[in-house]
Design a binder for this molecule. Sequence first.
Ligand code: DAT
Length: 175
Amino acid sequence: MGKVIIIAGTPGTGKTTTAKLLSKKINAVHVDVSRYVIENKLYIDYDPRHLSYVIDEEKVIEKLIELVEKSDKIVIIDTHYPEILPPDTVEYVFVLRTNPLILEDRLRKKGWPWRKIRENVMAEILSIVVSNAINRFSEDKVFEIDTSNKTPEKVVEEITGVIKGYIKPSKQRID
Ligand code: DAT
């Protein structure tokens, strides 16, 4: 069974960019939960106000656990909703953080409507993702990584710096 590393954070903090790079670097499987939900039709509704799908939590959990159990590689799960996973399956939760002004700029560049930008910038200011992660997982599994003025490569370097030494080199080579 693969080990699970979660890359969490408010939308726009760089989860997908970071998770893709990290998965290449450590030869892991990358699951972008938003994409996975859409591709596997694991939603029950579409919420036009939030411009997002309402996920079928039970099915998503079931599918993700199945995927992790079948995998002999590390599985990197990229989601703004890390608490969906059972704590005992997770090794690390990296919560990416971004200065709210920089986050606003990144979300504007994505072409998001102002209402959605404001909602997410507010969530970042209130540290919602990290506080939910700490409530769900033990505090020693949760690491905040500031991405504000760092390249994605630097962010990945900080993450591998944390996990080096924890995962035995004989099982997985990190660098
Ligand atoms: P998320 O998956 O959290 O929504 P993303 O990976 O799609 O975020 O990145 C959002 C945007 O920010 C995208 O245009 C790429 C850019 N980005 C990601 N990581 C970055 C970094 N470390 N520095 C600067 N820009 C970054």
